[in-house]
Design a protein. Structure first.
Length: 177
């Protein structure tokens, strides 16, 4: 088999991307400190046609060279907003009718493979700090928590990897039910 050349991939221009309908999901980064993780999440949001990315607290914002290294231009295609406090973003999303979902291990987590998003609803998916996870106040504001099943010795997955796993699963269930 032959690898496809970039010209054969039929990628959208930024203008085409902006005009294309997005899936009804907003990603919220709650105090994510790694610029590489932030850039990777931008790129994942671009790949899965995510509606917007909300950057909160200590989460850095574009333009930034370290974000751009992993975003590879996705900071231009993905709509994003900055909020000084994550709870401001949560209040805005709740008032706009989003179902708020923390990606976190809680006593009532829904395992990702059991999560069934409804195509008629809008979702906000919150990813947290690399060490501390999603802040408890933010978890308390959520309607549910989604957990990625893990069977190894570690109790967490890198935030950029977690975003890829969760957003792919939501995208897959919404686009290919």
């Amino acid at each position: 088999m032959r690898k496809l050349a970039n010209a054969e991939l039929n990628r959208k221009s930024i203008e085409e991307y902006k005009r294309t309908p997005k899936i009804p999901v907003v990603v919220v980064l709650d105090n994510v400190r790694s610029l590489n993780n932030i850039g990777s999440v931008f790129r994942t949001c671009d790949a899965f046609m995510i509606e917007a990315l909300y950057l909160c607290g200590i989460t850095a914002t574009p333009p930034h060279r370290e974000i751009q290294k992993t975003a590879l231009g996705a900071t231009d295609s993905v709509d994003w907003l900055y909020f000084e406090h994550t709870m401001e973003a949560m209040a805005r999303l709740r008032s706009s009718g989003y179902i708020l979902c923390a990606v976190e291990q809680t006593e009532k987590s829904v395992m990702l493979h059991d999560f069934r998003p409804d195509a008629a609803k809008k979702y906000a998916v919150v990813f947290g700090h690399e060490i501390h996870g999603v802040d408890q106040e933010v978890v308390n504001a959520c309607d549910l928590s989604i957990e990625i099943p893990q069977l190894g010795t570690k109790h967490s997955i890198n935030i950029a990897v977690s975003a890829g796993i969760v957003l792919w699963e939501i995208f897959r269930r919404l686009m290919y039910p």
